[in-house]
Design a protein around this ligand. Structure first.
Ligand SMILES: CC(=O)N[C@H]1[C@@H](OP(=O)(O)OP(=O)(O)OC[C@H]2O[C@@H](n3ccc(=O)[nH]c3=O)[C@H](O)[C@@H]2O)O[C@H](CO)[C@@H](O)[C@@H]1O[C@H](C)C(=O)N[C@@H](C)C(=O)N[C@H](CCC(=O)O)C(=O)O
Ligand SMILES: Nc1ncnc2c1ncn2[C@@H]1O[C@H](COP(=O)(O)OP(=O)(O)OP(=O)(O)O)[C@@H](O)[C@H]1O
Ligand SMILES: N[C@H](CCC[C@H](N)C(=O)O)C(=O)O
Ligand SMILES: [Mg+2]
Length: 499
């Protein structure tokens, strides 16, 4: 594509140099520049992309995009475009160069603090049932319709995102489900992506390191819906909102009649409403009332919070013209989402679950769900990630302490922080609860599983599907599920029963 046609997508760009260059790709990473590639200098959280302009030129960049004027020594033959918003430019170029793939797919986006991955997996499963081929972009994996690979981000940057969507189109996918993180919205990774359904799961504390306050975090999530309402990009997107959640209610009021909306939850005003919820260790069932009819929903998933994930997936599927009865029957065979309430085995009457709960609300939900299975004791092993929202540490502790009979506090991903110091901040929230601190996560898991007795449940929270552990100086292979199975296998023989 010719540079002149690309810059037509920018708002009043200033340019210098020739505009007839043939462009094959765009990047904001100087390390990926090669001839024919436009380099967009993005000012990031930790680095200033403008400092990489000389490197990009050396590597043969076809053009430079920046938000300030060129340096006096900028080579005249290399086009230089000045624009007020470089992240917007990056997203626009990525989209146009990929052929606007989001417009060729039926696309569902899921945002909210918790439940995005689970809901996206459920939607992907429903879509594959009826359309045979469908894509998935999630924290755990990306599926382009032919190949499933581990994911690097919850919501990838615009170049990777549009590339993935284009591959889905090429592979014959009729639709896709993707997570839309608050970082993704704020950094314009999803700018100009056309959605058919936009799901809001809930909003509780997380990411305050990035957004500052809960209201600023909510405003970022809401801005995604407002953008879709103002500019539906040739589609008729439907907002699917949790109406039992305080922020969901605010979103409904904010949107008014600016876009079609489906409210879901247990409360009587919901368009997709659940009641008569029952669960056992094998799964759960509830009654769905929607579109003037009633349906019995059965699923192997457990946890009242998963009722919300199922309701939103069913509502979004129905908004995307998937037959509701077919969708309900597919939920009966919902897949195990890796690391979400994943049962890792039972031995000597001790059952172990791994769950990705890493916010206060998620810890509450995970513990409550397991308590509802009436264990003799619930033993929870958890920690908190380094270089992330520190204020959630004592709150996660409070949640774990409230619902568990005993806790082992351990390391999550310490990243650049001192693991012992993180443990101290967690301890501050434990109140008078019974707990131990064991900084080594593998040892903490082993101690919990070996100390558990007949009828106990051990919950290992926080890392879910992750297959690594990040420290300041190294990243090691680590998987809670593998450690759990190993510890179960190595459990010492229980003492013989007294007659
Ligand atoms: C806080 C955050 O989101 N940071 C992301 C963001 O960084 P940034 O924009 O601040 O970029 P930067 O590192 O300051 O660099 C500035 C610019 O210089 C460029 N650069 C840098 C080095 C170089 O040699 N050459 C070069 O051109 C970079 O490509 C970038 O364009 O953009 C970068 C490039 O895309 C990301 O790698 C980086 O993710 C970091 C690693 C990260 O940890 N992000 C997490 C927090 C995240 O995004 N999480 C969300 C939500 C998770 C969830 O709750 O599910 C997600 O969607 O995954
Ligand atoms: N609808 C929900 N409401 C509250 N908690 C939930 C919900 N769904 C899942 N959870 C809890 O939150 C954890 C994370 O769930 P999931 O991975 O689906 O969310 P996510 O929004 O994708 O998280 P992340 O932003 O970290 O990728 C689960 O392991 C579970 O403990
Ligand atoms: N996407 C989340 C993942 C947290 C997972 C937890 N294991 C941790 O490392 O804190 C985040 O970046 O906040
Ligand atoms: Mg996720």
């Amino acid at each position: 594509m010719i540079l002149r046609d690309l810059i037509a997508h920018l708002d009043r760009p200033l340019h210098a140099g020739p505009l007839d260059a043939d462009i094959h790709a765009v990047t904001a990473d100087s390390r990926l520049v090669e001839p024919g590639v436009v380099f967009v200098a993005v000012r990031g959280e930790s680095r200033d992309g403008r400092s990489y302009i000389p490197t990009a030129i050396e590597k043969g960049a076809a053009a430079i995009i920046s938000d300030t004027a060129p340096e006096s020594d900028h080579p005249a033959e290399i086009p230089y475009i000045q624009t007020s918003d470089t992240r917007h430019a990056l997203a626009a170029f990525a989209r146009v160069l990929a052929g606007e793939p989001s417009k060729k797919l039926r696309l569902a986006g899921v945002t909210g603090t918790n439940g995005k991955t689970t809901t996206a997996f459920l939607m992907h499963h429903l879509m594959k049932r009826v359309w045979h081929r469908a894509g998935l972009i999630s924290t755990v994996v990306v599926d382009d319709g032919e190949e499933t690979k581990p994911a690097n981000f919850t919501t990838p940057g615009p170049v990777e995102l549009n590339g993935l969507l284009a591959r889905m189109v090429d592979h014959g996918c009729r639709g896709a489900a993707m997570e839309v993180s608050s970082h993704g919205i704020d950094q314009k990774r999803v700018d100009g992506i056309a959605y058919d359904a936009a799901i809001f799961t809930n909003l509780t504390q997380d990411h305050l390191d990035y957004h500052g306050t809960l209201d600023a975090y909510a405003a970022t999530k809401f801005s995604w819906f407002e953008t879709l309402a103002a500019n539906p990009l040739g589609k008729k997107p439907v907002a699917v909102v949790n109406f039992d959640d305080g922020y969901g209610e605010k979103l409904v009021t904010l949107l008014g009649d600016r876009m079609p909306l489906i409210r879901y939850g247990f409360n009587v005003h919901c368009d997709f409403r659940a009641n008569n919820f029952k669960q056992s260790a094998r799964g759960m069932e509830f009654e769905l009332t929607a579109k003037g009819k009633s349906y019995l929903v059965r699923t192997p998933l457990i946890g009242r919070f998963n009722v919300y994930n199922i309701l939103s997936a069913l509502a979004a599927a129905s908004a995307m013209k998937i037959n509701l009865r077919d969708a309900v029957s597919a939920i009966a065979e919902a897949p195990q989402v890796p690391g979400r309430m994943e049962h890792c085995g039972t031995k000597d009457g001790v059952s172990v679950f791994v769950d990705y709960a890493h916010t206060p609300d998620a810890v509450t939900n995970a513990c409550r769900t397991l308590k509802e299975l009436n264990p003799n004791r619930l033993i929870t092993v958890f920690g908190c990630g380094g270089d992330r929202d520190k204020t959630k540490r004592p709150l996660m502790a409070k949640a774990a302490a409230e619902y568990s009979d005993a806790c082992i506090i351990t390391s999550d991903n310490p990243r650049s922080e001192d693991p012992e110091a993180i443990l101290k901040e967690i301890e501050a929230g434990m109140g008078g609860a019974r707990y131990k601190t064991v900084v080594d996560r593998a040892e903490a898991i082993r101690i919990a599983i070996h100390a558990a007795g007949q009828g106990d449940i051990v919950l290992i929270a926080g890392k879910g599907h992750e297959t690594y552990q990040q420290f300041a100086d190294r990243t090691i292979d680590f998987d809670d599920r593998r450690e759990a199975r190993r510890a179960l296998a190595e459990r010492p023989e229980p003492p013989p029963r007294k007659r």
